[in-house]
Design a protein around this ligand. Sequence first.
Ligand code: 13P
Ligand code: SF4
Length: 309
Amino acid sequence: MLATTTLAEEILELKQERKAILLAHHYQEPEIQELADWVGDSLELARKARDFAGDVIAFCGVWFMAETAKVLNPNRIVVVPDRAASCSLVDSCPVEPVRAYRRRYPGHVIVSYINTSVEVKAESDILCTSRNAVQVVNSIPREKTVLFLPDRNLGGYVQQQTGRENMKIWQGTCVVHATFPARRVAEARDAHPGAKVVAHPECPPPVLALADFVGSTSAIIEWCVKNPAREFIVMTESGINHSLKKLAPEKQFYFVANENCNCSECPFMKLNTLEKLRDCLRDLEPRVNLQADLMRRALVPLERMLAVK
Ligand code: 13P
Ligand code: SF4
């Protein structure tokens, strides 16, 4: 306990010295969230990174989020606690097949989820996050064919919500959400009758069909806080429990284990620790370094996304 307090103080001192901002995703460990200047979903964190005027962005999330921060604010130093914090969706979508698709179908509109590498972003027409994916796809003229990548569950959800027929969907999945079984949601409902079900759109269609609300991590938190129900079955990574308990301490939140790890934790997000956060602020490594031309090309679809209302 004493060690943790000392470490936290060290981080706050380094943060001041470095003129740094600490951005944390909702899936980070509670002790990291507690130190962060801002905790949010991918879209909120991208906006915070873009608007930061200090020197260093310490990004506690996964690598693609830090890359996005660098593209949006290239004059800042962007560091991460652990360079190995990837994402199974990023890993499911290498850039070469995307380039080949683009060559073969130059008239199609490539909509990429923000959970992609910067190289894939640079080949995309517009990006989206789980918060704005429906609006982004609705902003594309209906006669155009869309390739949505890489998450097949988010893609399927967007297709259902927009009623869009001419939409092709990549077959990537999230290692955490895609293995939530609908059967376990039904069991949780039986155990807690009256509980509302909330789900992230990366969950498979049978889970989404049982949900009272589908949205991004921050949207799920906002919905649970406002909703008059007192019990919620939460179909996303259990890191969001920290904000849920802080904002609605009188309510009960139940997390369902998936079939991958029999847990609901993202193995990539959980690589980050306070020690590694301290080290990255001290050493300014691991650091995001991207070629200027790559950043310029990835910025175009990012800015298009941020312009969608
Ligand atoms: P959010 O944008 O909803 O925070 O989602 C990011 C993510 O990686 C979900 O698994
Ligand atoms: Fe990627 Fe899934 Fe982890 Fe989100 S929860 S960062 S989509 S692996």
